[in-house]
Ligand binder design. Structure first.
Ligand code: FAD
Length: 451
């Protein structure tokens, strides 16, 4: 049971993720952008009601899993019924989407079959502002954006859930669902009935708005002039594309552009991402992510990794396959691990970093997921070094010294930067793990129908 009195620790530690649960539970709190850190945070500390539902204070994973999937057993990947690789058979939809175009296919199917009356999903508002809106027409689903990686205020999703009658599906990142369900369970249990299905995104991290500002300096746009921004689409990795109000377009490859590697380095993440243990979205009925596997590197359009946690989510996926909207093949839980890495899936860095922050004193969210104890926590020396770097780089960001950060990456940080590519090449392309017998790849013929 969480006994924190208010959100003062969340504010002082900069751990807010913008889910908006505190605003819903405590009318005295407003979530707004901090002009220095460029992440959302509560304007005031509020009281115990706000703290009780805040995922930057604590998340009761065990209780929430029992609340959502009663009687199901949670393993290190949460509650898992089955894991699949899947892809939309509509090439255009697949190419436009972030990975396999699965989410759009699922939403279209849920709406056209009458399973639900509406979907609450993120859409573009203006500039770099995105907010949840209600979608009721299957043909409107394709207007939704792909993955948006910067920190957002997610309160509109909670308000829509509260104010919209009928049966709903919700698309959300993991921490957003942590806030949503903590608030629903504590303050609005009647809303649980409305949620027919949650479609979760796997999530490694999100970024503060400093990333967008830094890219502005590197690519030559003024962040104040942004009309629209997208991070994915056009292939499995995709590119960052920024359109400004005068019609100009600026883009950068997410895999090779050096400026992108600087501005979307993990030190630019929202602080809580570093202690997040729930990248696999333990609370979503069906989870979609990228299949980053040696056996899927051939794809030109993107393939999704899909985790089904409920019988209904499995039936929706098999309906999509039967109707020809998607192709899918069942794989083992091991593919979650391979695609996401142990560091992420088992919170190897997050648990060790949280421990380090506890030793330093100050506020640390209490996050103990079903994956705790399944990986090898990163050594103390490594997390201590990361912390020193983070403090230094957050100060550089606050001072808007983005050009200096680029120079730093090209000199002081060059070794780590190069090693990332070397690791990627060894594991994904040369398949060293399968060559050394540590892993069995998915047979090529099992993926023969995929693009
Ligand atoms: C912040 C973030 C981090 C991610 N990190 C990883 C990762 O580390 N590994 C991995 O495998 N996959 C990650 N993903 C998921 C991946 O990028 C794809 O979103 C996922 O594979 C679904 O692809 P799709 O082609 O089916 O969906 P798309 O057709 O691209 O649809 C995306 C859907 O997600 C919604 N959406 C987009 N951004 C957000 C957001 N910020 N908050 C809430 N809803 C949103 C949109 O409304 C849309 O409905 C991340 C996604 C996000 C948003």
């Amino acid at each position: 049971m969480n006994v924190t009195a208010d959100l003062s620790g969340v504010i002082s530690s900069g751990m807010c993720i913008g889910c908006g649960a505190c605003e819903m539970a405590d009318g005295s709190v407003k979530v707004q952008l901090n002009p220095r850190s460029l992440i959302y945070e509560p304007s005031s500390a509020g009281g115990a009601a706000a703290a009780a539902v805040c995922p930057a204070v604590s998340v009761d994973y065990r209780g929430l899993q029992e609340y959502l999937f009663p009687g199901a057993e949670a393993g290190p990947y949460g509650v898992v019924r089955s894991v699949h690789l899947a892809q939309s058979t509509d090439t255009e939809r697949n190419v436009k989407a972030s990975s396999g175009g699965l989410i759009k296919e699922i939403l279209r199917s849920l709406l056209s079959s009458g399973d639900i009356d509406g979907v609450i999903a993120l859409d573009h508002v203006d500039g770099i502002e995105f907010a949840a809106r209600l979608v009721t027409d299957p043909d409107d689903v394709d207007n939704l954006p792909g993955s948006i990686y910067h920190n957002l205020l997610q309160t509109p999703a909670l308000k829509l859930l509260r104010d919209t009658p009928g049966r709903l599906a919700v698309v959300a990142i993991p921490c957003q669902l942590e806030g949503l369900y903590s608030w629903v369970r504590a303050n609005a249990p009647e809303l649980r009935e409305k949620i027919v299905m949650t479609i979760g995104l796997l999530c490694g991290w999100q970024y503060s708005h400093h990333s967008i500002n830094a890219m502005g300096e590197y690519l030559g746009y003024d962040p104040a002039d942004i009309a629209d921004i997208s991070y994915r689409g056009g292939g499995p990795v995709g590119k960052l594309t920024v359109r400004t109000r005068d019609g100009s377009e600026y883009s950068a490859s997410r895999r090779v552009d050096f400026g992108y590697q600087v501005a979307f380095d993990r030190h630019f993440n929202t602080t809580r991402c570093h202690v997040c243990v729930n990248h696999g979205n333990f609370l979503a009925d069906l989870v979609v992510g990228d299949a980053w596997l040696p056996s899927t590197v051939f794809t030109k359009t993107g393939i999704s990794l899909v985790v089904c946690r409920t019988p209904f989510s499995e039936s929706v996926l098999s309906r999509l396959v039967s109707s020809g909207a998607c192709i899918a093949t069942r794989v083992t839980d091991e593919e979650i691990r391979e695609s996401q890495t142990d560091r992420v899936v088992f919170g190897e860095f997050a648990y060790a970093y949280a421990e380090h922050l506890r030793r330093l004193g100050g506020h640390v969210p209490e996050l103990r997921g079903p994956n705790e104890g399944h990986g090898t926590p990163k050594p103390r020396r490594q997390v201590a070094k990361f912390h020193r770097e983070l403090v230094r780089k957050q100060a550089l960001m606050a001072a808007r010294r983005y050009r200096y950060m680029k120079l730093r990456k090209a000199t002081l940080e060059l070794r780590g930067y190069v090693m990332r590519y070397v690791r990627w090449f060894l594991v994904r392309i040369l398949r060293v793990k399968s060559l050394s017998g540590r892993r069995r790849e998915i047979p090529r013929e099992q993926l023969s129908g995929f693009r």
